[in-house]
Design a protein around this ligand. Sequence first.
Ligand code: PLP
Length: 363
Amino acid sequence: MIPMVDLKGQYHKLKAEIDTALMTALENTQFVMGPNVSAFEQEAAQYLGAKHAVACASGTDALHLALRAAGLQPGDEVITTPFTFIATAEAICYIGAVPVFVDIDPKTFNIDPELIEQAITPKTRAIIPVHLFGQPADMPRITAIAKKHNLMVVEDCAQSFGAAIGKTMTGNFGIAGCHSFFPSKNLGCYGDGGMITTNDDHLANEMKVLRNHGSYERYHHSIIGYNSRLDELQAVILRIKLKHVEEYNRERRRVAHTYSKLLADIVTPPFEDEIGNHVYHQYTLLSSQRDAIMKALSDNKISSAVYYPIPLHKQKVFAVDYADIPMPVSEKVASECMSLPIHPDLGESQIKRIVDVIRSACK
Ligand SMILES: *Cc1c(COP(=O)(O)O)cnc(C)c1O
């Protein structure tokens, strides 16, 4: 079986270091907000070039905390993409705000900046671009639109840890960048974890307060917050894996470029531009023969997956509001996209095997 990701192989390469560090943390018994959490925040902020990093319990919480700290109110409208994981829209709904979906660019699968302005109303307060599959969204254009209309930009970086536009890492273009450390993400822990990066001192402080029961000072509460902290043991693992994330992303690019070279004549490979640094959280291609390809892969014990089969505006929770608003690009991409196994340790011979199966399925 060739899996989508190989978490076991990755663990075994780092096992001695991770096991020892976990044992030390177990002996320390500072399980909540311990020294590894603050050390990880500093190291991650430095790596990403952000002034602050605020660790929290998940990527979903990162979005929620950022939106609340930014002062989003019930009834506010937030423009985002329908071609993403549900968590992007969930966080908007947690506030009582309203997600407004804007169709995607057919090449990058990210929100189409061309369509944003026509979706802006007097109620619009923010834009959440998602750097989908590790490909940075068009931040220069999105931030320019936001500035013109006085909107906040909160980036969903759950799939883009380490991706950059030029020298600027994703998460530094808006007021906050929301990261996920779900195990299969480019930087993943061994459970749930998340983090918000920001260059705004006030926002950083508000998010630290919100993640810890709204407590500015111990046992003093002036707002209602949450219990959303990164676990100390997860921070131990993340500190070790952070040292390898550049290499992991480089290896992901190697795999992706090999796939694209070998498949470009029979499928539409993922688009990659010259300034954006795609970190290939997923390798997602388009093919009108998707179902046949997936069946052939499955018959040959090779995993593949569809991210995402149903765009959010077609999901039951949102479909009523969007019954008469088609999102033709999202719908077409959802019907033809599929993702191939990709992880840092995927070898050339495995890639060739996968490619051979796809080529014979397309004959
Ligand atoms: C994974 C993911 C999230 C949510 O992260 P969790 O850590 O699983 O809560 C949010 N947005 C996108 C685009 C994601 O891929």
